[in-house]
Ligand binder design. Structure first.
Ligand SMILES: CC(C)(COP(=O)(O)OP(=O)(O)OC[C@H]1O[C@@H](n2cnc3c(N)ncnc32)[C@H](O)[C@@H]1OP(=O)(O)O)[C@@H](O)C(=O)NCCC(=O)NCCS
Length: 235
């Protein structure tokens, strides 16, 4: 949307109904924090009730603290160079087949997602649509049980401006530790390689040691600056 001649991107926030991530140029609100209020009010006028902003530098974090925003989570940012060889795919994951994700998978996929994430990070339909449309190209794959075709895991990769991005990955807790996420990630990396992506990125919560270890094992390297998520406090 346009607010006072500036562009503000509104991205629905995962499972937090009514929550939106305000995307507005940090240079703008670093110069004048009033822009955060202007964007927030404009989003509220469109029906959003909770507001989030991301910071990627210490100066941005200081500005958000000073403006009364509250830190809610911190993410690591990792990248894997496109020139690296693909990691090997484990042979252990039998009984589960990978196929293209479909609209009809949505309900089962969200059930798996909700078993995997805490409420703040759970996908809802709007966030899923956003993830699937966020980049010019998307690879959406699900892993389904060979017996009954029930979804047991899924991954969404995006590609734009020569870079790949792992938007989302989740494997049902009952199926974890069998190499399924590795299979999904290697599939996405192969796809990104075909499109000659310079690198593939992923963000993960600082508290998510399992995911971090997995990404690092697969050749992702941590960037010095992470992402901090701030929320406007409910008054
Ligand atoms: C992170 C997540 C996707 C990993 O899924 P997974 O299918 O368990 O991942 P894998 O099995 O490929 O790898 C996980 C571990 O199992 C091990 N493993 C792989 N195959 C195995 C097998 N056949 N037997 C035993 N262990 C195995 C791997 O070595 C790996 O261990 P390591 O990371 O210590 O080296 C899953 O834990 C999850 O959905 N978590 C919640 C959602 C989430 O955090 N998503 C990522 C957000 S950024």
């Amino acid at each position: 949307m346009q607010v006072a001649g500036r562009s503000v991107r509104l991205s629905p926030w995962y499972g937090f109904d009514g929550a939106v991530l305000l995307g507005l140029a940090p240079a703008l609100w670093l110069r004048d924090p009033a822009w955060l209020d202007i964007a927030r009010r404009a989003a509220a006028a469109r029906g959003w009730r909770r507001f989030l902003v991301q910071a990627t530098t210490p100066a941005q974090r200081l500005a958000l603290d000073a403006a009364g925003w509250v830190l809610v989570d911190e993410l690591y940012v990792l990248f894997r160079r496109g020139s690296l060889e693909l990691p090997p795919v484990p042979h252990t994951a039998r009984g589960v087949e990978m196929r293209r994700g479909r609209a009809a998978d949505t309900a089962e996929l969200l059930e798996v997602d909700h078993r995997c994430f805490e409420p703040f990070w759970m996908m809802n339909e709007a966030a899923l649509r956003e993830a699937l449309q966020a980049t010019p190209r998307t690879r959406f794959r699900v892993l389904a049980s060979a017996d009954d075709d029930r979804v047991v895991g899924y991954a969404i990769f995006g590609l734009g401006a020569g870079e790949g991005y792992l938007q989302r990955i989740a494997v049902d807790p009952r199926y974890q530790g069998r190499g399924l996420a590795t299979r999904l990630i290697v599939d996405g990396l192969r796809w990104a390689k075909r499109w000659r992506a310079r690198r593939v990125g992923v963000n993960t919560q600082r508290s998510n040691e399992t995911a971090l270890r997995l990404y690092q094992r697969l050749g992702f390297e941590m960037e010095p600056n992470g992402i901090t998520i701030y929320a406007w406090p409910d008054h």
